[in-house]
Design a binder for this molecule. Structure first.
Ligand code: 26Y
Length: 800
């Protein structure tokens, strides 16, 4: 299809007529957005259909990325960029006197994820399409995404994220491909023709209705699919024959119950609460996805034995780990495959990615719940466990060892164990994280199956995080090294030779300043706080969690506050501390830290003696679209997690790509960032994983004793309970004193020193700029295209 300016203009006219029986220019802004987005959707649909047809022929091996979360962010602009229509759309907008940025405000934002894991899934979809791998997402179409955060009196208040309220242009409902999901009931086994056939009675059926979202590849005509399932009552239309008020209200109740499954995203990112509705969600989308994949392949005449050559399923953390058992159920019960063969097929098809080592985030389900909700699947899990335990026993002749790896123990199913036993590949998301998995968390499994474990360091898509969110930088890079880096971000390396080129560095500095101005304006609009664009924008954005140590950052700010007030000769380059973070609604400490940040902010920002040096802002309701403004406008990226606790981190890579320098611990992918840029171009501090391990082993960390030798820090900590900040922060105080597993105080001094060093270097702007350029140059390594190529080659057996 040849798309020209004229064509777009005439399509806008046509679609306006069809949708609103009006001339385009006579419609409202919101309607104009909808018309425009619909026209764009029309342009990608041809390739979407074509790609689907290609897939139907069964030529290429398919990948299905199963994830409970896809944190997509707005899609209009990235679709335009990937379709190669950016310049043309700009021209059209100019001609019509309109503004794309204004249109973008109306673009719904699917925030269907908590944080890193969900955003990674979205980056992976973009990369799979862009490098031409037939990879599709499978998830849930939540009516409500991650809660909307309001800050009232400095505290987080959660509200619903009704992202679908004005509809979602990019999705297409595919009712005819709905699947039936069975919950509850009883199983009896009957032997017929040599098979043990389970008879399932008394079950409830929920209908899973798919909504497809196109995933557009970059300039390559590929459009993959993200399929999100919505839960509905079966036979959505009421049966009017049996209509009477009694059954009507019963039906109403049933409808409400059924739809509850896809009603909302659970807002916990690291504490597993074992809620039944979440288990329902997990089985719901796993079963819907697998049934549709299998029925589709069966229709094409592909036998189960060929499944491993036809498709792979990547399990995003354990949330979809029921895939293992559900796939076995389909193979054995529906496709009549014998257990042993089914098991081999399952292992070849499935692979599992682990995203966290925090014990409280490890999914465990009580067998009573699972047995009741999905009785047949439970039987299969039990059988998988029985066979596996027997094998391990044969190998070690030691039941203690067996119990260490058992899938079921103490009447609880360990989902990670199920995922490992049923997969041919288990990967961590950074070098350090994978090392911790093999040496510690899954040590016993690593001994059993060393060949299954591998590392795949995370990545980010430069299309959203640079092309879309930092146009000025994109254009400058084009001018200096040409365009090819857009297809191959590794070529950003070419920028390294300009790191000593003063005029280039000044241009980089100028772009940063412009982005800081945009961010300053945004901060003003969001918070009413005025910030100085010549100050260092020091940014800490991510979920609020103890291990991410926002607390260390705010303690540092309190420390500076005191120094400024007490030391007449105090001086520093002014700094603006920027925070944005949502806390899980039930995570008390995290919520208190939000309150503390806001309270300290009030004190600091209102005090003229202090605010000439430092200011503190908390931007409410962090989201992908906000990150796209905050990250390009930042100078310094805070990646200060307790070593060993952040599996990878991905915002660290986004900041790097946008020319912010990193202050960070040797944790997650920071380790590899340091390797890539060299230790002189990143500010690394703090205790290392192995050192912390020693301290834990010897139990040699005593915060109270530690504070005795650090009087200044002690005063800062005391301020948490002396009323300085208005509220009661004694819970934070107690947390720090009672053995704090995140070692905030222990790392404080080196953190402070590192900030001092940063202050010095920033004053030598040429040096700073040159470090920035080196970071941008090395950031291509962290492109998710690289990551996905490795998944494809080493896990999915696809050579691209
Ligand atoms: C079980 C449930 C409560 C749960 C829900 C969400 C548990 C964990 C999560 C999310 C985990 C997560 O986002 N992990 C992050 O994954 C990123 C992508 O791999 C990593 O970069 C990041 O370090 C890790 O914390």
């Amino acid at each position: 299809m040849n798309i020209t300016k004229q064509k777009i203009l005439s399509d806008l006219k046509k679609v306006a007529m069809i949708m609103f029986t009006k001339e385009f220019i006579d419609t409202s802004k919101e309607d104009q957005y909808e018309i425009f987005a619909t026209v764009i959707k029309g342009y990608l649909s041809e390739n979407w259909l074509k790609k689907n047809e290609n897939y139907r022929i069964g030529k290429e091996k398919q990948v299905y990325y199963f994830s409970l979360e896809f944190l997509l962010g707005k899609m209009m602009c990235t679709n335009i960029i990937n379709l190669g229509l950016e310049d043309l759309c700009m021209e059209v907008m100019d001609e019509l006197g309109l503004d794309l940025d204004e249109f973008e405000k109306y673009d719904a934002e699917p925030g269907l994820g908590n944080g890193g894991l969900g955003r990674l899934a979205a980056c992976f979809l973009d990369s799979m399409a862009s490098i031409g791998i037939p990879g599709h997402g499978c998830g849930i179409r939540y009516d409500y995404g991650l809660f909307e955060q309001k800050i009232v009196n400095g505290e987080q208040i959660e509200g619903p994220d009704n992202w679908l309220k004005n509809g979602f242009v990019w999705e297409t409902k595919k009712s005819h491909e709905s699947q039936r999901i069975k919950f509850y009931g009883e199983i009896t086994l009957k032997e017929t023709e040599g098979y043990l056939t389970p008879i399932h009675t008394g079950y409830e059926t929920i209908l899973a209705v798919p909504y497809d979202i196109p995933v557009v590849g970059y300039n390559n005509k590929v459009v993959n699919n993200l399929r999100l399932w919505k839960a509905q009552i079966q036979g959505n239309d009421f049966d009017f024959n049996s209509f009477n008020y009694g059954t009507f209200s019963e039906l109403d109740e049933q409808k409400r119950k059924a739809e509850a499954i896809s009603k909302l995203l659970y807002p916990d990112d690291a504490t597993e609460s074992g809620r039944l509705l979440r288990l329902k969600q997990e089985y719901f989308f796993v079963s819907a996805g697998l049934q549709s994949i299998v029925s589709y392949n069966s229709k094409k005449g592909i036998r189960p034995s060929k499944f491993p050559e036809t498709f792979n399923i990547q399990i995003n953390d354990t949330h979809p780990a029921l895939c293992i058992a559900e796939f076995m159920r389909i193979l054995i019960d529906e496709k009549k495959v014998y257990w042993d063969e089914a098991w081999e097929i399952t292992k070849k098809v499935m692979s599992y990615t682990n995203h966290t080592i925090l014990t409280e985030a490890m999914e465990k389900w009580e067998i009573d719940k699972v047995q009741k909700l999905i009785p047949r699947v439970y039987m299969i899990i039990e059988e998988i466990n029985r066979r596996f335990c027997n094998k391990v026993y044969q190998k070690y002749d030691d039941w203690d060892r067996v119990m260490e790896v058992a899938i079921i123990k103490d009447r609880v199913i360990n989902m990670a164990h199920l995922a490992i036993v049923g997969s041919h590949s288990i990967n961590g998301v950074s070098k350090l994280h994978t090392e911790i998995l093999t040496k510690k968390i899954f040590k016993n499994f690593y001994e059993l199956y060393p060949e299954r474990f591998n590392n795949k360091t995370n990545g980010i898509t430069h299309r959203r995080w640079l092309l879309k969110s930092n146009k000025a930088l994109t254009t400058l890079i084009d001018d200096v090294i040409g365009y090819s880096w857009k297809d191959d971000p590794n070529l950003l390396e070419k920028l390294a030779e300009f790191s000593q080129d003063r005029s280039f560095c000044k241009k980089i500095e100028g772009i940063k300043l412009e982005n800081k101005k945009k961010l300053a304006k945004f901060i003003w609009e969001e918070t009413g706080i005025e910030v100085d664009v010549n100050s260092i924008f020091d940014t800490h954005v991510k979920r609020m969690h103890g291990y991410k140590r926002q607390l260390m950052n705010i303690l540092h700010i309190i420390y500076l506050y005191r120094e400024i007030l007490e030391d007449k000769d105090f001086t520093m380059h002014p700094k603006t501390f920027i925070f944005s973070a949502k806390a899980a609604p039930g995570y008390y400490l995290a919520k208190r830290i939000i309150k503390l940040i806001n309270s300290v902010g009030n004190l600091v920002n209102d005090d003229e003696r202090v605010n000439k040096f430092i200011r503190v802002v908390f931007i409410p309701n962090y989201s992908v679209s906000k990150a796209q403004i905050i990250i390009p406008g930042s100078d310094l990226s805070e990646q200060i997690s307790t070593a060993g606790m952040e599996a990878s981190g991905t915002s660290n890579m986004k900041f790097m790509m946008n020319g912010a320098l990193t202050i960070g611990t040797l944790d997650g992918a920071n380790v590899e960032m340091k390797e890539a840029v060299g230790e002189e171009n990143i500010f690394i501090f703090g205790l290392e994983y192995k050192e912390l391990k020693e301290i834990r082993k010897k139990q040699s960390y005593d915060p109270i004793k530690f504070l005795e030798t650090n009087p200044k820090l002690k005063t800062v900590v005391e301020m948490l309970r002396d009323g300085t900040f208005g509220g009661d922060f004694s819970s934070i105080y107690s947390h720090l004193i009672d053995g704090d597993r995140y070692f905030v105080l222990k790392d404080f001094n080196t953190y402070l020193e590192t900030h001092r060093k940063i202050d010095k270097i920033y004053r030598d702007r040429d040096k700073w700029n040159s470090m920035v350029v080196k970071n941008i140059a090395k950031s291509g390594y962290f492109s998710s295209d690289n990551t996905i190529r490795k998944y494809a080659k080493e896990i999915w057996g696809i050579d691209n």
